[in-house]
Design a protein around this ligand. Structure first.
Ligand SMILES: Cc1cc2nc3c(=O)[nH]c(=O)nc-3n(C[C@H](O)[C@H](O)[C@H](O)COP(=O)(O)OP(=O)(O)OC[C@H]3O[C@@H](n4cnc5c(N)ncnc54)[C@H](O)[C@@H]3O)c2cc1C
Length: 461
């Protein structure tokens, strides 16, 4: 009898896993996918929010896609429990389903905020299709919506950027001493705060929210611990995320801050795998961690899928990377950028603004932070080259001294160390990646990108 793979979730981990399984077994096994949401890319939500693409362009799979891959997709269904020894999952319709192996790809959810007023209409998270739809509906009839965001993290700022493109009146409250506390150090974040200020976006850092109320005019009033009161039409709760693991309580699956997996994405049960936002997987720099980014989710899905299909594939680990446009200011950080043990070289010019910090462990770059203006092409190419140097774990030898003297001349070290050649040769599964088809409605996405991008896309085809 053919193997039955069960996948919980319909995000990038799930779709990459099922495509990898099919690329290996050619359709021989049985795959059942259970997801409570339609398959879509959360990364695409800001483009819908800003009005650049319609909702449909966020979708990543439809019935035809699942049929083409011979997948029994149960969309709108939840998994409510897992029995690892009996090898069954319980479903929200009261039935159970047997599996030979299982992939838990349930992602994460907004962490919320335990303050009074959190359930008021117009107070909401901004993480899913439904949340984006709610926000667009809440602001539809307002000329210049006032939106206050509680939490100044990476995902929140991606959505802030989308709202800025709409021209909305924005403000931000952050409990930590500076914005983007898990992406930038204080000095770099200071440049971002100054930039936001120049765009008319008020930022309140070191500010604890005491509660939210609604005044007679229907506006939300956010009260801070120091007594300050801030008014808005909509309040976004962007206080971080938590992995979706509650349904595993009592299952015996090892969950710490996320599901613990090894370098094959296997949990403490041989037949159970996990990946993406729900899993603490291997990191290139630092201990196992939840990265909660798309690139890690895609890698996890491919590694888990290959191992579920019977291959023995080990994952070297993901590079933690956050690349972010804050209302035109470009920011990136990679790897262990806050490591206090690392040797660091820092350049900061607030007038640029330009910020660059390279962190060294021996002669390897183990962390990096960049901040630069929109048209700083040098920075953008350097960001890509530093990422390549880190992903290939290239020891830079004498180039370390050179880069310490000349941190704006990454190119020479990159070329001389043969990083591009290593990148070309490196593959996750030991073979070239396959191009993926567009997975909604059998059609190609409409593009409004400029001619340079069109040329690049044309060259790739
Ligand atoms: C607005 C936004 C913008 C982002 N932008 C970027 C970006 O620019 N770059 C980047 O690298 N990352 C970005 N991310 C993060 C990225 O989208 C996530 O890291 C990625 O989606 C994780 O993939 P996943 O497959 O682990 O989980 P998800 O994509 O969250 O998919 C998991 C699915 O499983 C479903 N599910 C959960 N529990 C159950 C259950 N019990 N039963 C059935 N189904 C269940 C969930 O509802 C969900 O549909 C962004 C995220 C958001 C929200």
């Amino acid at each position: 009898m053919s193997t039955h793979h069960v996948i919980i979730g319909g995000g990038p981990v799930a779709t990459n896993a099922l495509e990898t399984i099919r690329s290996i077994d050619g359709g021989d096994s049985r795959i059942t996918l259970i997801s409570d949401e339609p398959a879509h890319s959360r990364m695409a939500l800001p483009y819908w929010l800003s009005g650049q693409v319609p909702r449909e362009h966020t979708y990543t799979a439809d019935d035809a896609y699942y049929a083409r891959h011979n997948v029994d997709a149960r969309i709108g269904m939840r998994v409510t429990g897992v029995d690892p020894d009996g090898k069954t999952v319980s479903l929200s319709d009261g039935t159970t389903l047997e599996f030979d192996d299982l992939l838990i790809a349930t992602g994460s959810s907004p962490a919320g905020l335990p303050v009074p007023g959190i359930d008021l209409p117009g107070v909401q998270p901004l993480w899913s299709l439904e949340h984006t739809e709610n926000l667009l509906a809440a602001t539809q009839s307002l000329d210049n919506p006032r939106v206050l965001m509680i939490g100044a993290g990476f995902i929140g700022f991606i959505m802030l950027n989308a709202m800025h493109k709409r021209g909305w009146n924005l403000s931000v409250v952050e409990r930590e001493a500076h914005v983007l506390p898990r992406m930038l150090d204080g000095q770099a974040a200071g440049l971002v705060e100054h930039w936001l200020d120049s765009k008319g976006i008020a930022v309140h850092c070191g500010a604890e929210v005491r509660g939210i109320t609604q005044n007679d005019a229907g506006a939300k009033v956010v009260e801070l611990a120091d007594g300050t009161k801030l008014e808005a039409d909509v309040v976004i709760i962007a206080t971080g995320i938590k992995p979706n693991i509650a349904f595993l309580n009592g299952s015996g699956i090892d969950t710490g801050d996320g599901i613990v997996v090894d370098d094959r994405m296997q949990t403490n049960f041989e037949s159970i795998y996990a990946g993406g936002d729900v899993a603490a997987g291997p990191s290139l720099f630092g201990p196992n961690a939840i990265h909660a980014i798309q690139t890690t989710a895609v890698d996890h899905g491919r590694i888990a899928g290959a191992n579920m299909a019977g291959e023995e594939v080990h994952y070297p680990g993901s590079l933690l990377m956050n690349i972010l446009d804050v209302c035109g200011l470009q920011n990136a950080s990679f790897g262990d950028w806050s490591d206090p043990q690392a040797e660091a070289v820092t350049i900061c010019n607030p007038d640029g603004p330009v910020y660059r910090r390279l962190l060294w462990t021996g002669d390897e770059i183990s962390g990096a932070i960049f901040v630069g203006r929109p048209n700083d092409l040098g920075m953008l190419t350097d960001v890509g080259m530093v990422k390549g140097i880190m992903q290939t774990r290239t020891a830079l030898g004498p180039w370390k001294a050179y880069l310490t003297e000349n941190p704006f001349d990454i190119r020479r070290a990159y070329v001389a160390s043969g990083v591009a050649g290593k990148l070309v040769q490196s593959t996750l599964l030991g073979r070239p990646a396959q191009p993926r088809d567009y997975r909604f409605d059998g059609s190609s996405p409409q593009t409004e990108t400029g001619s340079a991008h069109q040329l690049y896309v044309g060259l790739k085809q």
